[in-house]
Design a protein around this ligand. Structure first.
Ligand code: PLA
Length: 428
């Protein structure tokens, strides 16, 4: 029987498709995909885990350890989990996340009695920790101010560059660190703020700058804020270490509070990874201070719309832990004590590392180890020196010379100091 014209045509299409599939299977679908470059921070953890040496030390990623080198779950978190267990269902959160967690987060960043909170001027959503908050903001910036740039400090947390790159926001850098003095290059910073086109976006580390451990003083923040006002720049604060700089979350919010006093509209990314030890729970918050309540409602709805096709709504467990702790005066007091305890242990390890290096007769000045604050020590070691530390001493850290002080313990500090001393001695 003769084939109908339609059936003949279908057959031809099928043969063509099969031909294409056969050709592709010979060439392989993904043959062109090259391995991605290793992440400069998380790649260090991978290398550390693969090293069988019993001496190995990981001072790469910024993850707090106790003095035995063990990961820590805070007592306030354990207690919050105990209270939550069995009491909650596992339904989806709203697209913008837990209202209670957001409320508590805003109080932490903007102040318990903030008028902006009372006036409902802040658009805020729960985010996938600090990274997710930054990414959501970057996507929002691209969508609603498509011609804008982001000014990022030199140096900064490496992932900032990836985040704004993937959001397709063009990046520029501004001066931050002065390598010779191992401190802030304040005049360079102020010049760059002045020279940026009016109305530029700037990424600022709210406290405990990563990787340098160098923050502006209160007076310098005031000058920066003033200059931002003159230039009408937008400050976006990444606050990944609130509490880790001074041991007191209230004090660590000082830079943000100064900008608020001066009448800026700000954006803020908060993370509970470090200060509550909720790393893998991905608990964070993105907030944007708006002109008024109506604008805040609109901005929040747009943030939710960006989140919906990416991950729909944020995870529930970490948010519950955060809201349970911050919403209960007794648990909050315990949290504040525990944050201070973590910050103090790090300060103690800074002193111990410096003393050990001095005891070894190191000809270098190690003042910066104790002058810097937060989780990291920006040691000044070169990538080659870091490679030696890793290859000869099994000490793992990022190649920019950053030491995560949170991984230094009474047990490994002398070994670390000795290795640093050896590697420096050769270069000098
Ligand atoms: N912002 C800054 C400045 C950070 O240092 C980090 C984490 C984040 C945001 C994001 O943290 P979160 O998404 O887990 O909340 N920086 C770490 C880890 C601690 C990392 O690189 O992911 C670091 O070792 O630098």
């Amino acid at each position: 029987m003769a084939m109908s014209r339609a059936a003949a045509a279908t057959g031809a299409v099928t043969r063509r498709r099969l031909g294409a599939t056969a050709a592709r299977s010979m060439a392989s679908w993904f043959g062109h995909v090259e391995p991605a470059a290793k992440d400069p921070i998380l790649g260090v953890t991978e290398a550390f885990l693969a090293d069988p040496s019993p001496d190995k030390v990981n001072v790469g990623v910024g993850a707090y350890r106790d003095d035995n080198g063990k990961p820590v779950v805070l007592d306030c978190v354990r207690e919050a989990e105990r209270r939550i267990t069995g009491n909650m269902n596992m339904e989806y959160l709203p697209m913008g996340g837990s209202i209670k967690m957001i409320e508590e987060s805003l109080k932490l960043a903007y102040g318990e009695d903030s008028q902006f909170i009372k006036d409902k001027r802040i658009a805020a959503v729960q985010a996938l920790s600090g990274t997710g908050a930054c990414r959501l903001f970057a996507d929002f910036q691209k969508r609603f101010l498509p011609d804008s740039h982001i000014y990022i400090p030199t140096p900064t947390w490496a992932n900032h560059h990836n985040i704004w790159r993937d959001a397709q926001v063009p990046q520029r850098t501004f001066t931050y660190y002065h390598p010779e003095s191992r401190g802030l290059d304040f005049s360079g910073l102020m010049d760059d703020i002045k020279n940026a086109p009016d109305g530029s976006f700037f990424l600022l580390h709210a406290c405990a700058h990563n990787p340098t451990g160098v923050d502006p003083s209160e007076e310098q923040w005031r000058e920066i804020s003033h200059q931002f006002k003159v230039k009408n720049h937008f400050p976006f604060f990444d606050m990944a270490y609130q509490g880790f700089a001074s041991g007191d979350p209230e004090r660590d919010a000082k830079a943000i509070r100064i900008f608020l006093e001066d009448g800026h509209q700000i954006g803020c990314a908060q993370s509970y990874a470090k200060n509550m030890g909720l790393y893998g729970q991905r608990a964070g918050c993105l907030s944007i201070l708006c002109d008024d309540e109506m604008q805040a409602v609109a901005v929040k709805s747009q943030l939710q719309q960006i989140a919906r096709p990416m991950y729909s709504n944020p995870p529930v467990h970490g948010a519950l832990i955060v809201s349970t702790i911050l919403g209960d005066p007794e648990l909050k007091t315990l949290w504040l004590k525990e944050v201070k305890g973590m910050a103090d242990r790090i300060i103690g390890m800074r002193k111990a590392l410096k003393q050990n290096l001095e005891k070894l007769g190191s000809p270098m000045s190690w003042e910066h180890i104790t002058n810097q604050i937060g989780m990291f020590c920006y040691s000044g070691m070169t990538p080659e020196q870091v490679d030696r530390l890793t290859n000869e001493f099994h000490i793992y850290m990022t190649r920019n010379g950053r030491i995560s002080m949170a991984g230094v313990t009474t047990g490994n500090v002398a070994y670390l100091a000795n290795a640093i001393h050896e590697c420096h001695a050769v270069i000098i």
